[in-house]
Structures are given as structure tokens and as C-alpha cells.
Design a binder for this molecule. Sequence first.
Ligand code: NAD
Length: 469
Amino acid sequence: MNTDPQTIAQVFALQKDGVVARRTSFDYNARKAALDKLEAKILAEEGAICAALDADFGKHRDEVMLTEILPILLEITHTRKHLRRWMRSRRAASGLAFLGTSARVRPTPKGTALVIAPWNFPFNLAIGPVVSALAAGCSVILKPSELTPATSSLIKRKLAETFPPELVTVVEGGVDVATALLDLPFDHIFFTGSPEVGQIVMGAAAQTLATVTLELGGKSPVIVGPDANIRHAARWIAWGRFMNGGQACVATDHVYVHASVKDDFLKAMDTQILRMYGTEPLQSDNLAKMAHPRQWARVADLIDDARTKGAMVLTGGQTDAATRKITPTILLDVHEDMDVQQTEIFGPILPVMPYTNIDDVIGKINAAAHPLALYVFGSNALADKVIAATTSGTVGVNMSVMVFAHPSAPFGGVGRSGNGGAHGYAGFAAFSAMRQVLRLRFFPFHLVFPPYTTRTRRLVALFRRIVRV
Ligand code: NAD
């Protein structure tokens, strides 16, 4: 498809034209059939998806399966299992003030949705919101990332084979295409990406008053308490940091480790890195490369900047421009004026900072932007204290990254890490308008109509006494 603004506007008009018909024709059976078709296509194309991600990222086939394909298959299965119930209108209890009425909340498709996806999980983060949009009865225009050309073009071809353009269309392109799409009056925009572009998306949505789900990023801190199981913590933190080459929104960004267990933790991290990526991590198939040269240069610069400003590179620190790989790197002695402390790292670098007083760590977390994920390793008492005193989109206790994929709990950020929820019911709800339907059966309060008299006042007084307000 041509991606000039005129063609984009035509596809949008085609989808918009179908909104009214879809309200009735895109019923439970039709939505379920759409999900079945999507699932069948993914199952048939597993090999092609792995090959595309290998071309874009050099990502290990098993990691593609675990982080890109399986979560989407699970999302479809979960959605299909619960969709009939989610679609049902729900009774809303009416108190005395609404005596004589019955109220229901009826999920209604918002209409046409725009999904803008990032490059770091280019299949998962493009298709996941499409599943939710279809479940909710919306049509979708999807713009995948321009930085993963093999995966994005595969998604475009395969979705075009699966769905008519008035239901799902993929538009490839970069900022200019995204900007042209954002000018159109979509009913809902589901954006996954950086907080900076999230601001642009929200600004554009303000012009059309589209609702937005913003799945953004930021720095997700990790606390390792004095009573943590260190080997267990190191394993989950290493996976959370180095999976996908560190390019995950919920990656374990930096670690505050209790000073009493710091040495044990560093030793355990080294053991895990060796176990996961071997003695030559640059050669390891298990380590994904940086997705594009600019990303490689940015992450390599973070290591150089930290070194120059006095950080100690305890482990790793090797970079290879030709393969775009960077070895799992642990930094000590980092401080606030280093770039690693100022930006979301989004690469395989882990700053480790000792602490003695948990209140200082809580203070630092509260002074920064609200994280997308916050991880605590240690006792439930420590976790509960941290959870009560902070805010974040999600919390992982004695585990990492899997907060992203839970089917029944909403996934999303708060403040600078995003707003709104994804996956399962939360994803369905994001693309649905929760419509109130209030029916009158009888009305006992005719005195509320003008002209107002002393009897109206008496009724109000009586009512207030009964309901105690
Ligand atoms: P990005 O914000 O640069 O790009 C995301 C999408 O926005 C791409 O499709 C891109 O073409 C488009 N885009 C870029 N500039 C634009 C502009 N000026 N106007 C309109 N659209 C524009 O993000 P990225 O680099 O692809 O992804 C990395 C970021 O995404 C990180 O911050 C990461 O934490 C975040 N992320 C969040 C989640 C989540 O679920 N919360 C998941 C993955 C990534």
C-alpha cells in the first residue's frame, strides 16, 4: 500500500464507514472467528516469524517463541475463553436514589483504533493490541516500527492475507506516516513506545479527543534485600536485564543491593552471566544484538560515558559494531551525572548500587518518575513496605519481567511510564466504551420536577435523613 497521506486517509475512511454496521455484525461469533483466523495464521507462520526476528535482531528462536509468539497465543486463548462474558452487559446496582430504575453497563466498541508499535518486541507489541481491539469489536490500523523492517513487512503481508482492509490494515512507515495517522480522528489510540513520543501522541489525541492507552518505558528499579535468596535473585535479574539484549520496557534497569549481600550478589550475577551466555558472550546465540546501529552506538556510549566518569566495569563491557552485540555488563560506582543514571538504559548494562537503609532507596524511587515495573527480592515484609511507600505501574516480588504477560492483571504504567492497561480484560476495556444504559420502570419522586415547593424541600430533607447525606 502507498503510504502517502491521501491513501492513509482512504483506508481510514473505509474503516470508519464500517463502524455502524460492525456494531451489530461484528458480534461474539464474528469476533471469535477473527481471533481464530489470527491464531491459525500465527501458527502457520511461526517459522517465518522466527526468521524475521532473526534478520532484525539475531534473536534466538527459543527467545522468539518465549517472548513474542507464546505470549500472543496465550493472549488469544485467554481472550477467546472469556470474551462472551466480557461482552455481556453487567448490572449496576441502583440504590434508593434510583428506585424504580435498572442500570446496566454495556461494553460498546469505540470504533476505529490506531495501534503504533515499537521495535523492541516488534511482533508481540504489534499483535497484542490488535487482539484486544478485535475482541472489543474495533477495526484497527496498525503501524509497526520502521526499525524492524523484516518483522514489520511480514506482519503487513500476513495480516493482509487474514483480514479485509476495512477491519485490519497495516501501514508501514516512520515518523511521517505516524504523524499522518495521528492527524486522523481515530476513536482510540494505543501507543507503545518512549515517553517522549508518548507526549507527541497524547498531544495529537488532544486535537481529536481520541482516548489513548500509552504503554511507555522508563527506568525500572530492583531492590535486593538482606534476606533475599541471592542465587534466585541473580538469575531473575540477569534474565530481566539481558533478555532481548536488554531491550525490554520492563527490564531490570538498575539494582539497589543491601551492602551486607553485595559481594555475594555480584558473584552470583557473574555465575548467571556465565551460565546464560558462556565465556564468549559476543559469540553466544542466546544474546540478542542491538536492534539497529543507532541503538548499538547509544548503548555503547553509555558504557564509555560511565567509564569516563569513574564507573568500574566489573563484568562485560565489550562492544562489537559489526555484530551489533554488547556483552552483559555490570557497573559499580555509578553516580547521578552518568548517562546510565539519567536515561532508560535499554541495553545489557546493569548498574549495581549498595544501600544500607531501605528508606533511602524508597526516597530515590519516589524522587524519580514512576517506574513501569518495580522489583523487590527478599521477604514479604520488605516487599510490602516498599509497595506501600511507592507507586509504579507493576510490581514483581522475587521475580522479574513476567509482570508484562499476566493475562488477568492489567499491564501498564503510571505517569511518565504510561497510562491505561493492556492484556486480557484490561485490553478489551481499553478499546470499549463502557456505556451506561439506565431504564426507568417507575418513578416515585415526581416532586423533583419544578415548580419547586415546600413539599420538594420536605422530600429532599426526608431523603437525606434516610440515606444519611
Ligand atoms: P519510539 O517511541 O521511538 O517509537 C515507537 C513508535 O512510535 C514507532 O512506531 C515509531 O515509528 C513511532 N514514532 C517515533 N517518533 C514519532 C513521532 N515523532 N510521532 C509519531 N510517532 C513516532 O519507541 P521505540 O524506540 O520504538 O521503543 C522503545 C521505547 O518503548 C522504550 O522507552 C520502551 O521502554 C518503550 N516500550 C514500552 C513498552 C510497554 O509496554 N510499556 C513496551 C515496549 C517498549
